[in-house]
Design a protein around this ligand. Structure first.
Ligand code: SAM
Length: 299
């Protein structure tokens, strides 16, 4: 089948489709559709889509970016929660024989299984203009459930893009920065203003590409424990690191042992979590893991 060139993305065509189907935007689903062909071109080129790729798109909307993806990729699975969009997608994507539309909540889809069944377990690419209300669970779900993913190229809220890329010393630094940087290299592709969407979001947006590390940049004896410490450290930002950890229900190591570990690392006991780098969090986790394991076993 000869695949048609993408036609949506042009605001006039998008509005025609919306009117034809009398589509009503659902705020609860974070629906802001892209109407800028330059931005779409940038996303597709950053994701480096080619005929060998199996791409998962989260939230295809009326199929604007899906057309661009389907034009270039081997195969595309587009996961859309809003059932009102399904007949529209069936129409706008009817020219492409390499797209599967799934009417599902992405957070409930077993993406490991999808990658296994549809791509023989080989790494997939995720590309999306994300629904902003679930950006973090989507990204963390992809990483933590070990979906074989080569890269994630996504439109997110500008502030979230900043959080993903920053390090200690910035107000944006937090658990998301550390988690993203543990699993991937984040690159800013473009800043995108509200007028590139219909309806216009109230916040600025940015496209980021997360390229998965072949091996994490630090070695954690136990990954889950490392992330327990990271999450607990940022739960109460104004507390010292040790006090934050002391209040976390799942961290069993007593305060004095963390103070000892910090001393060993050459850090003061009143340091805040936001001052620690990823290698320092990993060292703290590795220094206290044996004790956490023993205490957990004795529960
Ligand atoms: N990709 C389209 C575009 O760029 O024009 C639409 C992007 S819009 C920001 C987000 C899309 O995600 C909407 O179509 C929305 O219905 C869908 N969505 C929201 N929550 C979802 C979920 N839990 N699972 C799957 N899709 C979801």
């Amino acid at each position: 089948m000869n695949r048609p060139e993408p036609a949506l993305g042009n605001p006039r065509n998008t509005i025609a489709v919306l009117n034809q189907y009398r589509f009503v935007f659902q705020k609860k689903y974070g629906q802001n559709f892209l109407i800028d062909t330059h931005v779409l071109d940038k996303i597709i080129s950053a994701a480096q889509i080619g005929p060998e790729d199996f791409v998962v798109e989260v939230g295809p909307g009326i199929g604007t970016m899906t057309q661009y993806l389907a034009y270039k990729a081997g195969r595309v699975a587009a996961i859309e929660i809003d059932k009102a969009l399904i007949p529209i997608l069936e129409d706008t994507l009817s020219g492409y024989d390499n797209v599967t539309i799934l009417n599902e909540d992405v957070l409930k889809v077993d993406l490991c299984r999808l990658a296994e069944e549809e791509n023989g377990g080989r790494p997939i690419k995720v590309v999306a203009n994300l629904p902003y209300y679930i950006t973090t669970p989507i990204i963390m779900g992809l990483f933590e459930s070990h979906v074989p993913v080569e890269s994630i190229t996504v439109m997110v809220q500008k502030e979230v893009a900043d959080r993903m890329r920053t390090g200690p010393g910035s107000k944006d630094y937090g658990a998301l920065s550390l988690a993203v940087q543990y699993y991937a290299r984040p690159d800013l592709i473009a800043n995108v203003p509200p007028n590139c969407f219909i309806p216009r979001p109230r916040v600025g947006s940015a496209v980021v590409r997360l390229t998965r590390h072949e091996k994490p940049p630090v070695e954690a004896e136990n990954e889950a424990y490392l992330f327990q410490l990271i999450r607990a450290s940022f739960q109460q930002r104004r507390k010292t690191l040790v006090n934050g950890l002391n209040h976390a229900a799942d961290v069993l190591v007593p305060k004095e042992k963390f103070e000892e570990a910090l001393k060993k690392m050459g850090l003061t006991p009143d340091i805040r979590g936001e001052a620690l780098t990823l290698p320092q969090f990993a060292e703290l986790a590795n220094l206290t893991w044996e004790l956490q394991k023993t205490l957990h076993r004795d529960l």
